[in-house]
Design a protein around this ligand. Structure first.
Ligand code: ZN
Length: 202
C-alpha cells in the first residue's frame, strides 16, 4: 500500500509551501484527521497496521490512544485486532485514564497514535497506563514523522524521540519531511509564498 498516496488522495497530506505552527517552512502539510474521515480508508489503514502487529507476534490485550489525536486510529486498530479500545485524555494538562476504563494488573497495552512526531502524547498515555498497573508493550501509529525509529524501517531514532527505545513502534510509513527556517527555505528562495493552512501543525 502506498500510504503517502492514500494521505494525498484524502487531502490529509498537502504538497506546496507551508508555514508550520513552529514557524518553520515545509513543502508538506499534514492534516492527519482527514485520512480517517472515510471509515473505509480508516479500516484499510488499520487492517494493514494490525497485520504488521500480528506478524510480529506481540501479545496485546488492549489498545489505548491519547485523545484527541489518536482516538479514531486507536479505535480502528482495536477493531482490526479485535481487542479492547480505551483512551487517555488530558485533564488540567495531565494525561489520565477516565470514563470508567479499568486496567488490570499486568494488562498488555499497545499505545496508538494517528501520527507519531516526537511521541510526547503517546509517552504520557503510556505513563497513565503504567500508573494503573498496566504493562505498555509497544506503540503504533499510522505514520511516523521520522523522529522515532520503527519496525521495518532504517530511519534512526533522533534525540527528541520521547518513546521508550526498548519498545517497538509499528507504523505504515515514514513521513520524514524536510523543514526549513524561513530565512533558509529553498521554496522561499524559489520565489513562492508560504501559506498557513491551519492553526496547528497536527
Ligand atoms: Zn518558505
Amino acid at each position: 500500500m502506498d500510504v503517502k498516496k492514500v494521505y494525498v488522495q484524502a487531502n490529509a497530506l498537502l504538497e506546496g509551501h507551508f508555514t508550520l505552527s513552529s514557524g518553520n517552512h515545509s513543502g508538506y502539510y499534514l492534516q492527519s484527521a482527514k485520512v480517517l474521515e472515510q471509515p473505509s480508508t480508516a479500516k484499510m489503514l488499520a487492517d494493514a497496521l494490525a497485520q504488521q502487529i500480528r506478524i510480529s507476534g506481540l501479545q496485546i490485550d488492549t489498545v489505548c490512544a491519547p485523545a484527541l489525536g489518536g482516538m479514531i486510529a486507536g479505535f480502528a486498530l482495536a477493531q482490526a485486532l479485535d481487542k479492547r479500545s480505551i483512551f487517555a485524555e488530558r485533564v488540567n494538562g495531565a494525561m489520565m485514564i477516565r470514563r470508567g476504563f479499568d486496567i488490570r494488573k499486568g494488562e498488555k497495552v499497545l499505545i496508538c497514535e494517528d501520527i507519531v512526531t516526537t511521541g510526547g502524547s503517546a509517552m504520557e498515555a503510556a505513563n497513565a497506563v503504567t500508573a494503573l498497573g498496566g504493562e505498555v508493550v509497544g506503540y503504533a501509529a499510522l505514520a511516523n514523522r521520522g523522529f522515532c525509529g520503527r519496525e521495518g524501517s532504517d530511519i534512526t531514532r533522533k534525540v527528541n524521540c520521547k518513546l521508550s527505545a526498548e519498545l517497538p513502534l509499528f507504523a505504515l510509513a515514514d513521513f520524514d519531511f524536510e523543514m526549513y527556517a524561513p530565512e533558509s527555505c529553498p521554496l522561499c528562495a524559489g520565489g513562492s509564498q508560504a501559506i498557513k493552512p491551519g492553526s496547528r501543525n497536527n
